[in-house]
Design a protein around this ligand. Structure first.
Ligand code: PA5
Length: 446
């Protein structure tokens, strides 16, 4: 269990002195106490800390019973949500799914598609074409129950369901995940009699992947949520240890030591396309938690080796404000050996007999060394394999590290005041009642 996640920061040692690292560690141990004792800013949103050990068997059974009900009766499930009500589920499902399952048509579970994470008319029209053709169900996720993007998408999908399946049957095909009392979605779900799951009051959107927000879609996609919760709860034990080599404390302290010396942009690097959306989840977690009051490391991501052929040049030689966190996977799930070719016309026989993963690992190692030589420090975060268990651990690890890290720069990690600004303008421009004055002001500016 100790090594579910390994953090290795040897390569930052050319950029930071021992004193700088230990000073930052001291501070991280201080904010770790603040987090676990619930004495910091935003401490009414700490429910996620206990989720892995507090989710009841009853709740897991209820989630699995929806999955069983829909497994043989629907072909497509649309999960409607945005931000924290979308990215965790998308990250886990992409990481765990066969990359080509749709083309192979071998799915034993319904395929999961997403909506409400954009306002694109083309996307939505094409989705409706799919829903017309296939037997479908829908999970609508919104903690506030008032977010525009998912609410609009859900209105369109609900109307389509009611026309296609009738009012009664469509209410059997819709499940809502929302607040226990507040918001338009809660009222609508109660009125229409939808099966409903509650998002706890003290868990914010981007910390909610281990509630029904993430667990329900992940179970619907056929994955083992008990194992995911086990990974998270094993990681919780590790994150709660008050020690210098607590990996969450190590990660938070090293990234902040770099930040305070001018490395302002962190790139999460993966070498496996299945982890692309995990990086999107991570970016939201850190970006929305830390980017406030003119402070915070800017989180970005690349998918290597793909992006070595696009962003690699900048990372190697561009402005020196970047550091990398490499999310490395020790063992792939499958094995592929590069064969020998007697003619060797492509000159690749030096690779004969090697695993493709060895090429990937040497690309990873070679790139880490090259980037360090180019002035880009890197931190290694290593997991054993991509599985429900390790993803559960990773979700918890980064959430915990994010709490420790945000407190190090004296930020409340659990609010997102800046997200409201675009909404006010959008509502005004769309003519929402109550926004008339702002609308007039904005129109004068454009
Ligand atoms: O982390 C957050 O709180 C946000 O990203 C929300 O998840 C996102 O804005 C969606 O909100 P809601 O679930 O209320 O629709």
């Amino acid at each position: 269990m100790k090594n579910i996640i390994k953090v290795d920061y040897k390569s930052v040692k050319g950029f930071l002195t021992e004193d700088e690292i230990s000073f930052s560690k001291e501070r991280a141990l201080g904010t770790y106490e603040t987090l676990i004792n619930g004495t910091g800013r935003g401490n009414d949103f700490l429910g996620w800390l206990e989720l892995p050990t507090q989710i009841s068997d009853e709740l897991v059974d209820k989630i699995e019973s929806v999955a069983t009900r829909w497994r043989n009766s629907v072909e497509v499930i649309v999960v409607v949500g945005i931000g924290g009500s979308y990215l965790g589920a998308k990250a886990a499902i992409d990481a765990l799914s066969h990359s080509f399952s749709l083309h192979l048509g071998k799915n034993s579970t319904p395929s999961i598609v997403f909506a409400g994470q954009n306002l694109s008319e083309d996307y939505m029209s094409e989705l409706m074409e799919l829903l017309k053709e296939r037997s479908s169900a829908c999970v609508v996720v919104s903690k506030s129950g008032t977010t525009t993007e998912p609410a609009v998408a859900f209105r369109i999908i609900k109307q389509h369901f009611e026309e296609k399946y009738g009012k009664h049957d469509s209410s059997e095909r819709i499940v809502a995940v929302t607040d226990q009392a507040r918001g338009a979605l809660k009222g609508l779900a109660t009125q229409e009699g939808y099966t409903t799951f509650v998002i706890p009051d003290d868990v914010g959107g981007r910390y909610s992947v281990l509630t029904p927000v993430g667990l329900l879609p992940i179970a619907l996609a056929g994955f083992d949520i008990k194992s995911m919760l086990k990974g998270a709860s094993d990681m919780k034990k590790i994150c709660y240890q008050k020690s210098d080599d607590n990996p969450a404390v190590e990660y938070a302290s090293v990234r902040n030591a770099l930040y305070s010396k001018g490395w302002k942009i962190e790139i999460l690097v993966n070498y496996n396309p299945k982890l692309q959306y995990f990086a999107e989840w991570w970016k939201q977690l850190f970006g929305e938690s830390e980017g406030k009051e003119g402070k915070g490391i800017y989180p970005s991501s690349v998918n290597f080796t793909t992006d070595l052929h696009s962003m690699g040049q900048y990372i190697q030689n561009g402005e020196r404000t970047l550091f990398e966190t490499v999310l490395s996977v020790r063992q792939p799930a499958r094995k592929m050996i590069i064969s020998d070719d007697p003619q060797n016309l492509d000159g690749l026989n030096f690779l004969s007999g090697k695993r493709l993963d060895e090429c990937n690992k040497m690309a990873e190692l070679g790139t880490r060394i090259a980037h360090v030589d180019g002035g880009v420090p890197n931190i290694l975060v290593e997991i054993g394999e991509i599985s429900e268990y390790s993803l559960g651990a990773l979700f918890y690890f980064f959430e915990f590290a994010c709490g420790v890290s945000a407190y190090m720069i004296d930020i409340n990690p659990f609010d997102q005041p800046g997200v409201e600004d675009y909404k006010k303008n959008m509502f005004a421009l769309l003519g929402k009642p109550g926004y008339e004055e702002l609308a007039e002001e904005l129109r004068k500016r454009v």
